[in-house]
Design a protein around this ligand. Sequence first.
Ligand SMILES: Nc1ncnc2c1ncn2[C@@H]1O[C@H](COP(=O)(O)OP(=O)(O)OP(=O)(O)O)[C@@H](O)[C@H]1O
Length: 329
Amino acid sequence: MRDALLSVDGVSIEYRRGDRMVIKAVNDVSFDLAPGEILGVVGESGCGKSTLAKGIMGLAPLSQGSITFDGVPVHTLGRRRRDRAQLPVQMIFQDSAAALNPRRTIGAQISEVVALRIKHRRETGVNPVNEVADVLRKVGLPPSAAMKYSHEFSGGQRQRIALARAIATKPKVIVADEPISALDASAQAYAANLLVDVCRSEGIALVFISHDLAVVRAIADRVVVMYLGRVFETGPTKDVWRDPQHPYAQALIAAIPVPDGTGRRPETLVGEVPDPANAPSGCVFHPRCAFRFEGCDRVVPELITLSTDRAAACRLLEPATDDAYAAAQ
Ligand SMILES: Nc1ncnc2c1ncn2[C@@H]1O[C@H](COP(=O)(O)OP(=O)(O)OP(=O)(O)O)[C@@H](O)[C@H]1O
């Protein structure tokens, strides 16, 4: 049994639309994150990835379940410490660069975070100027970057500065929500690899949220596949890729373009993720599922444990009962 650093347990998060309508953007999601682990969270647009990230950061109230960091509920961490720079869980998002103050030098913004950390953790013997240079070096920027302003950098460099500021807080976990999708295609692989290298070398666990399965496959130890707010499959990345069990995971993986120049067309998922306000009955994936069968429109599938570290939520994977066996004869 692994010791969890971050535990997401039976979490649901709802939004209100208008006066009466309540939609469940995240629905009964559970997973653990071990220290130093890299966890990919994948799924199409609208499946609740960003909402889950906000929940982990204590920025979205949970309607059910709990999210704990080292056993402590994350929303209480945020409440007790007014400055989010002191949290052990930090977030990087698609436009983190936009959160940089254009009127202050990069060095001033990072040293402010370092100073808060020193005060909060009562650290001694730390030289903030050296630390600023150190975190900039870790993200591949020279110490002179500290004297500059955010507009003097490219989008990719600004994202690296956001990462430098996050690691200056010495977090245990970074939640990265689509951290590379705003960058040019040419900059994306570098940015993803840098994020992973920094997390690995600093011992920081990473929740990497992305719709880009090819990137997640390349970097994540474990993967959570989400659909319409629910976890459909989870397991070690290499196992899920080699042998996906849920029809949705199979379809997503089959839809990754093959970069082999053969012109082979990937299979694609037909249709769109439904609006959670109009979630299909039973298994929410059934209208798009090539393998649906009798009852999939009525029965909500449970997450079934397939092996120590793998689970999937599909009735096809349920052990056959005598009744089912008799019906099939
Ligand atoms: N503030 C909000 N109010 C109402 N509904 C919302 C709000 N934010 C998100 N939603 C809805 O919740 C669902 C999940 O959205 P979320 O942004 O978490 O998904 P996502 O997987 O991150 O998608 P994307 O990749 O497009 O950001 C969507 O149907 C979205 O329309």
